[in-house]
Design a binder for this molecule. Structure first.
Ligand code: FDA
Length: 314
């Protein structure tokens, strides 16, 4: 993997750099290519365009690692407003939401409303209820490995009332094959990605080859299982392998889907959709784009030059 990956991922958690860089407007080149806008209106407008082009969408109101209860509540409100707009615009059949639990309280110290875990669960319930009312679903994003147990416990609790709730699993974690087995049951929606955080070798595969082979092992479990696999990757080899595994396990189109991030390989997104596959675009929006952008730069350090140039010229 690139030598720049680890420093960039470390920077993604730096508050000082976040404060400096976040003064850049979202419209500046490199940010704009990954985050189409800051407002709900902009996110809904971009969703409508993607849906018109035959794609589905999952929207992420950007934010993470919140240590402020009021900010966590404000994030919940933003999701509730977004879901109401998606419903009003007739988009909810094609657009769902993705939620980072650390943005809605998971990282909080104990407060008058309980532990961070409890606050995140209570807030996630509100978002799931709003999604249910709008006629769509919620998928829980997965963050660094210290949060995996808590996130999967929140998922289990949410599914008692909202069984349509999905979650992300990260192939680079050693534990993930076992988690895939556990979540490959009927009605379960699992988004499989490679994993975007800086993880130690005690818990995660480090080389590209090991991560890729783990991804394929997880794909086999999910595609052979009874759930609804959401194959989240831009890697052409993984897309090809997933397609042939889907045929091998007798999966009809529409019993699984491909997912890619907004701005990455858009022509491939359209190609797959044109070939009859279900393709969903992960669409982040909002002012808190810093951590998200740094993870994208860590995946593709070639983009760093563009980013630094736009910082200097601001
Ligand atoms: P890989 O990194 O090998 O990239 C394959 C090819 O894709 C590259 O050769 C390049 O062409 C293109 N590409 C990849 N990244 C690019 C970039 N930033 N800019 C331009 N081109 C790029 N992670 C996580 O830890 N928790 C989560 O909840 C999620 N959620 C999530 C949802 C969805 C829908 C997707 C697609 C991804 C995630 N991820 C994630 C991110 C994921 O873990 C992973 O970091 C990226 O998808 C990159 O991995 P690839 O599988 O694309 O392969």
């Amino acid at each position: 993997m690139s030598v720049l990956r680890q420093p960039l991922l470390l920077l993604s958690r730096s508050d000082a750099v976040r404060r400096l860089v976040s003064t850049m407007p979202v419209s500046s080149g490199i940010v704009r290519s990954y985050v189409p806008g800051e407002t709900t209106d902009a996110a809904v407008a971009t969703s409508a365009e993607l849906v018109d082009g035959g794609l589905k969408v999952t929207l992420d109101f950007l934010g993470e690692d919140t240590t402020d209860l009021a900010q966590a509540d404000a994030t919940v409100e933003a999701y509730v407003e977004l879901l109401a707009q998606l419903s009003a615009r007739g988009l909810a059949r094609h657009a769902e939401v993705s939620v980072k639990l650390s943005a809605i309280g998971q990282a909080l110290e104990r407060s008058e409303r309980g532990t961070g875990h409890q606050v995140a669960l209570e807030n996630a319930r509100r978002i799931c209820r709003a999604a249910r009312n709008a006629g769509t679903t919620v998928t829980l994003d997965m963050e660094d490995h210290t949060t995996t147990d808590s996130t999967l416990a929140v998922l289990r609790d949410l599914r008692k009332d909202f069984p349509e709730t999905g979650a992300v699993l990260q192939a680079y974690l050693h534990r993930t094959e076992a988690d895939c087995r556990e979540l490959a049951h009927e009605g379960s929606r699992v988004r499989l990605c490679k994993g975007a955080y800086d993880e130690p070798e005690e818990v995660a595969y480090q080389s590209r080859l090991d991560v890729d082979t783990a991804y394929v092992r997880c794909l086999k479990i999910l595609l052979a299982g009874q759930g609804y696999p959401m194959i989240a990757t831009h890697d052409p080899r993984m897309v090809e392998i997933a397609s042939s595994l889907a045929s091998r396990y007798g999966r009809e189109r529409g019993t699984y889907e491909f997912q890619m991030l907004y701005g990455i390989r858009p022509e491939e997104q359209r190609r797959l959709a044109g070939a009859g596959e279900t393709v969903r675009v992960y669409l982040p929006y909002g002012g808190e784009w810093y951590g998200y952008l740094m993870r994208r730069l860590a995946e593709r350090p070639q983009n760093l030059t563009f980013f630094l140039r736009s910082l200097i010229s601001k």
